[in-house]
Design a protein around this ligand. Structure first.
Ligand SMILES: [Cu+2]
Length: 121
């Protein structure tokens, strides 16, 4: 009986030490933050390089009017409005070069408003 109690106490202590260190969730701390500015009719930077498997958060702002940011290969899409920061989170799971583009008509020149996401192995 006494042995059972000691065992239980040991187990409780062991479990306690297992659960404690994971308490504060790292969350966005491991994400790489990439800032992209949108304006007629370009994204800056126009080319962004990330690593496959590395979680990223894109922080998009607009310098003039509402634009769109569409990166279809990774299912990423958001609107970019002046005075606001639009955040999109994703983890690239394939390497290569992928196009992103504005998909909110913003004037003549809109068709050329695009950029490249380079994902390295
Ligand atoms: Cu546009």
């Amino acid at each position: 009986m006494k042995r059972t109690i000691i065992l239980l106490m040991a187990l409780t202590a062991a479990l306690g030490t297992v659960t404690l260190p994971s308490a504060p969730r790292a969350g966005s701390a491991t994400e790489r933050v990439i800032r992209i500015t949108a304006k007629k009719f370009e994204f800056a930077p126009g080319e962004v390089t990330v690593r496959k498997g590395e979680p990223v958060v894109l922080e998009l702002t607009s310098e003039d009017r509402t634009h769109g940011f569409n990166l279809p290969d990774f299912g990423v899409r958001t609107e970019v409005k002046p005075g606001m920061v639009s955040r999109v989170h994703f983890t690239p799971d394939k390497a290569g070069k992928f196009n992103f583009a504005c998909d909110v008509f913003c004037g003549s020149g809109h068709e050329d408003m695009s950029g490249t996401l380079v994902v390295t192995e």
